[in-house]
Ligand binder design. Sequence first.
Ligand SMILES: [Zn+2]
Length: 141
Amino acid sequence: MAIDTLLGRLEGVRQTGPCTWRARCPAHDSKGLTLSVREIDGNRVLLHCFAGCDTNDVLAAIGLEMSDLMSARVGDYFKPERMPFPVSDVLRCVAFEGLVIVHSGITLMNGLPFSQEDRERLMLATQRIQAALTASGVGHG
Ligand SMILES: [Zn+2]
């Protein structure tokens, strides 16, 4: 089981609840039990170092990668905004909004009627692309 593999490689493991543990973080030098491990739904493992270590660094320090925890999805439950949507969904949205912008451009270039509604849809397209950047974690200051 993935959770046992993970716990077996950590030091100072102390169970704090039915599915929660605290342990010494392998990614930084500390005696404190700063690493929180939580198992959810029996197949998802959530890691968080209260000193701020990256989940990838924590795993790397004990010779594990995300892919080693096959049945587990490792995430940082304190930063759920990091990847709230699948990348494919975000790209599909951007591609569609790109078409809206192209269509608007062609309409304007050909001197065809461009209503207030069309104008608002064009603005919405740019807003959605900005939102997609934020949602994918790329951000845009
Ligand atoms: Zn740490």
